[in-house]
Structure formats: C-alpha cells, structure tokens
Design a binder for this molecule. Structure first.
Ligand SMILES: *Cc1c(COP(=O)(O)O)cnc(C)c1O
Length: 385
C-alpha cells in the first residue's frame, strides 16, 4: 500500500511521543490529569439542546442539506454580527455555514492555493494553518509571533518573494496558543497588506467570545476595508461549549465565499439542518454568560500556582489557555516530560505549535476546578523551589 506524497509532506506528529508516555503512565496505574487539549468540559446550553431535539423531530430536516445553509442560520449569523460586532453582513452572499472552523480553514487552502504559492501562517499557531497549505500542494510561510511584539507578526519583515507567492494569510485573535489579544493597529495593517499584495486575509475568530477582565474582542470585519480583502472564520465550538456539534461559518468577502462554496459542493453535503436550526437559536441567545467567570477563576488558579514555582506571566485576557515560558535549562519537550514524570500532569509543548513556540508550554483550562486545583497542587509540591 502506498499513501500519497501529499500525506508524506506532513511533519511528524509532535504529540505522538508524549501520548505514548501518557498511555504508559496510565497503564502503570498513575492518575494522569490532562491539561493538554482545548476542549470545553461544560455542557452545551440546555436551550440549544432543546432546539436540536425539536428540529431533529421534524422530517423537514432529514434530507440532504445544501452548502448555502438554511436562511434561518444565515440570518442568525448576520443578526449576531450586527449586534455583537457592529458588522453588517448580507445573509444571502456574505455568510456560508462551515462544519467548524477547522473545516473552513483547511478547505480555504484547497480553494485558493496552487503549487508554488503559499499561505502566510502564524508561528506558533493552530496546526491547520501549516498542514492545510502542505496538503494543498503549496507552502506555509511562517510569521514569527514574539512576546516582545505582543504576539503580532511583523508584516514589514515579509520578503518580496514571499509577498509575491502568498495568496492567503491566517491571523487569529484572541490567539491560540499564546492567549494574546489583537495588538492595536494590527487589523488595519493587515487590510493594507492584503490590498497591496493581493492576499486574502483570513481571520480565525474562534475565541472572540471567551474573554475576561472586561476585555471585548473585536471582529476583523469591523476594520475599515476588511470586507474588500478578507473573511472571518467564526465558530460556536469554544464560546458555546459546542465542539462536538461542528458548527461555524465563513463570513465576509462574497467573492471569496463563492470560491469556498464551489469547492465545498464537491467535498461535503453541508451541515445537518437540525444542527443549523439549533445553532441559529444559540446565536440568538448568545454564549452562556457564566463561562468567562469559570475560565477566569481557573486562569487565576493556574497563574498563582505558576508564580509560586517561579514562572511569572501576564495573565491572559482571553482564550482557554495559559501560555508560559519553561524554566531555564529546559526545552519545551523536556519540561513537559518532566511534568508528566514528576506530577502525572500533561501540558502541551510549545514547539508543537511551530518553531517559535519552543521554550513555552500551554495549559488548557478545560477541566473542572477540583481536578485543575489538584493538578496545580501537584505542580507546586513537585516543582516548587
Ligand atoms: C479550536 C480551534 C479551532 C477549531 O474550531 P472548530 O470550530 O471546532 O473546528 C480553529 N481555530 C483555532 C485557533 C482553534 O483553537
């Protein structure tokens, strides 16, 4: 059997070795606590589940959906964007449902890239920004996100050759894995860059609804001129505790959405219409308001425990992650192995998100308070001093 060259171009899976070690620990009877994965632990709001049950009982939802989506869902996205972000969207041409942000990001690569072209991708970043271009037969050009720049890429540092071959740029604020919120002026600069270099700007808005301390995350599309050069990927996964539902949308530039839609009609047959109707109701209600309080409490728990073992960081104002430097003398991999070995706690090595993630580790806040408290207590007693 021979798999495709396309598949072989993917880099080795950096979590594989860690996963093997976790499995060995568990087999040896260790009570392993995983702070590795960003998957909300709380249930989807009850009203949304009720809406799904009602819609699923209606035979009108049982047939093939269309990739354009039900008008109820497209209109709900448009109303949500107006209310939440002050962004005006035409539900007919500027909204297309997606089976989650991951599907949208991946398929945009197929819709816009050819061999010898590239996507500009944040480093560290969500792995699909680099895996997607490779699977599309193109290249990913990494844009370092450095703490001293507030984790904003330096667009001025992108070479003429890379500007020439780039067709897409992926940005993501609030940011996974760094927890950074969008630095002042970056979205305006991105619009200018996209216009000057004929690049489609793709903003991944997966974490706009997961913010604390009064911070309100903007939509990229609220930036003047953004809709002329860009689109936004919106997801209900993190903000509404709906990762299992596979619900999101691409919104913004109509011409870009037309290309995505044309591709999608050849790949999948859209989102179950009962899920679409439930997602429409979830958008009308808004994200569960208690969520940010829960994550804020967990964030404070983690940040104070880290401070006690000598890791000082600015507490993030958004996302479900804490991104922290590894102690001196460690690589991100050696530190994550040590934490697993000494404390039975899994954290993610920063290097898994790109070369500039090296030297950091990521803690996910998606575990109940008691287990999280136990995990940080183990870190404190095993690694303190
Ligand atoms: C979790 C995550 C996604 C995936 O979202 P889905 O809508 O569940 O596919 C996309 N982008 C980023 C940055 C994420 O962290």
């Amino acid at each position: 059997m021979r798999s495709s060259e396309r598949l072989e171009r993917l880099p080795p899976y950096l979590f594989a070795e860690l996963e093997r070690k976790v499995a060995a620990k568990k087999a040896a009877g260790v009570d392993v606590i995983s702070l590795g994965i960003g998957d909300p632990d709380m249930p989807t709001p009850a009203d949304t589940i009720g809406a799904l049950a009602r819609a699923a009982a209606d035979p009108g939802t049982h047939r093939y959906p269309s990739n354009r989506g039900r008008p109820e869902l497209r209109e709900a996205f448009a109303r949500f964007y107006e209310r939440r972000f002050g962004v005006d969207l035409d539900p007919g041409t500027e909204v297309v449902p997606a089976l989650g942000a991951k599907e949208a990001v991946f398929n945009l690569n197929l819709a816009f890239l050819d061999p010898a072209t590239a996507a500009l991708a944040a480093d560290p970043g969500y792995p699909v920004y680099t895996g997607g271009p490779l699977l599309a037969g193109a290249e990913a050009v990494l844009m370092p996100l450095l703490p001293e720049r507030g984790f904003a890429p330096d667009l001025g540092a992108i070479s003429a050759a890379d500007r020439e071959r780039a067709r897409l740029m992926f940005l993501n604020y609030p940011n996974n894995p760094t927890g950074a919120v969008v630095p002042d002026g970056l979205f305006e600069e991105a619009v200018e860059f996209a216009r000057a270099n004929d690049v489609l700007m793709v903003h991944d808005a997966s974490y706009t609804e997961t913010t604390y301390d009064g911070y309100v995350a903007p939509s990229f599309l609220a930036t003047p001129g953004a809709k002329d050069v860009g689109i936004e990927v919106f997801s209900l996964s993190k903000g509404w505790n709906m990762t299992g539902w596979r619900t999101g949308a691409l919104v913004g530039n109509a011409e870009a959405l037309e290309a995505y839609w044309k591709l999608k009609t050849n790949i999948d047959s859209g989102m179950f219409e009962a899920v679409q109707l439930a997602a429409a109701e979830a958008l009308e209600t808004g994200p569960p308001p208690a969520m940010s309080e829960v994550y804020k409490r967990r964030r404070d728990l983690v940040c104070s425990a880290l401070a006690e073992i000598g890791v000082d960081i600015d507490p993030p104002r958004a996302t479900i992650y804490v991104w922290a430097p590894v102690p001196a003398g460690h690589t991100s991999e050696s530190f994550c192995e040590l934490v697993l070995e000494e404390s039975g706690v899994v954290v993610s090595p920063g290097g898994a998100y790109g070369p500039n993630g090296e030297g950091f580790f990521r803690i996910s806040l998606t575990i109940d308070d008691d287990r999280l408290a136990e995990a940080v207590e183990r870190l404190r007693s095993n690694m303190g001093g």
